[in-house]
Design a protein around this ligand. Structure first.
Ligand SMILES: [Zn+2]
Length: 364
């Protein structure tokens, strides 16, 4: 296996999986980026898909800021193009179905894919006619069509961006508008090492609480424990994206364990972003596992990491001591911590119990 776990594509858990933390704009196919660039006449600094793959992929541990800078390579190709936005959503479902994912919550910033009604204009695009609202509709259509064809369930989470607080109220309004069309939650993403305009994001999250919109927050990926505290106490997060550095505050960590807080963990991504130790055998994830934390294993940004969810499971098995029983347990925890309505959650759980040869739980 290559050091980042993506070498031999082995499947260590060939059963239905639940993935809760993956970015749509970090999961598009390189081939699609290449084709769309050609169609739109956008010049890319390379000749073929392989070269583009190399340019997009980070192989060695770096920092979150470097990692996020990769997005500026390919986002301008897809942003502002209706067909391309719908296409990446549809293809995403196809890819997840192939990886054996039964249920996925995929997240993205509608503003980062828009070229109208968005200030500041992302990626130096010319003004166009694709608003953040249009982006959500297009993604919803792509996901819905993908679900029908590939027979898995896909829901979406809309992201606020730490460095763009003026988008956040728009994000929560879109969550409310499209809650019956597949949008299940709000997220706060972006670079934690930037200072965050807490009051504006806080207002958006207060509106989410008031409106019954589920909430997750990227916290303690690279930021200190104060970020996870803020996520839980101020933003009322029901799940934490990553959360590794919570370990630096053992009292608060214990509190989150007692609350059964769900941690969306991303083994390969967090090695490359430098959020976790470069040596998988010393990853913070191991401590969470040993303490029976409620966690899931996720890909985060496959276009940059060149990983599938099976690669992350392989790494967890090979270097972190996860067994098949651990994988079953964490997927059941992920299903329970998903943002599906209760009845659909129960159906998903029953699907997993059946596939895992476990008793069907009728009293959720
Ligand atoms: Zn993430």
């Amino acid at each position: 296996m290559a050091e980042n776990g993506t070498g031999d594509r082995q499947h260590v858990f060939d059963m239905p999986k639940v993935e809760l933390h993956v970015h749509l704009d970090g999961a598009m196919r390189v081939k699609t980026i290449f084709e769309v660039a050609k169609q739109r006449g956008i010049a890319l600094p390379l000749k073929n898909v392989e070269e583009l793959q190399c340019l997009c992929t980070l192989q060695e541990p770096s920092c979150l800021t470097d990692f996020l800078s990769k997005f500026s390579l390919f986002m301008p190709v897809i942003a502002g193009d209706r067909k391309a936005i719908k296409r990446i959503a549809y293809e995403f479902v196809e890819d997840k179905a192939k990886e054996g994912v039964a249920y996925v919550e995929v997240r993205y910033s509608p503003h980062l894919l828009a070229n109208s009604n968005v200030d500041p204009m992302p990626w130096n695009q010319e003004a166009g006619d694709v608003t953040p609202d249009d982006v959500v509709q297009l993604v919803n259509e792509g996901l819905r069509e993908g679900e029908k064809v590939f027979k898995i369930k896909a829901r979406s989470i809309l992201c606020c961006m730490r460095h763009q607080p003026n988008w956040s109220m728009g994000v929560v309004e879109l969550c409310k508008k499209y809650r019956s069309d597949g949008v299940v939650a709000i997220d706060l993403a972006g670079d934690e090492s930037l200072t965050c305009e807490t009051p504006v994001h806080q207002k958006a999250y207060e509106e989410a609480v008031r409106s019954g919109i589920h909430r997750t927050v990227h916290a303690c990926e690279v930021g200190p424990p104060s970020v996870v505290k803020e996520a839980v106490e101020v933003f009322k997060a029901e799940r934490i994206g990553h959360g590794y550095r919570t370990l630096e505050d053992p009292v608060y960590y214990r509190k989150l364990l007692d609350m059964n807080m769900h941690f969306e963990m991303c083994p390969i991504s967090s090695r490359i972003t430098g959020a976790c130790c470069a040596d998988f055998k010393k990853s913070a994830i191991i401590k969470f596992k040993q303490d029976n934390a409620n966690l899931s294993l996720n890909t985060d940004d496959p276009v940059i990491l060149n990983n599938t969810v099976n690669d992350d499971y392989a790494v967890a098995q090979k270097f972190m001591g996860f067994t098949v029983d651990d994988f079953k347990k964490l997927n059941i925890n992920a299903a329970k911590s998903s943002f599906l309505p209760e009845k659909e959650k129960e159906d998903l759980l029953n699907q997993l119990y059946k596939a895992y040869g476990m008793m069907v739980n009728t009293a959720l």
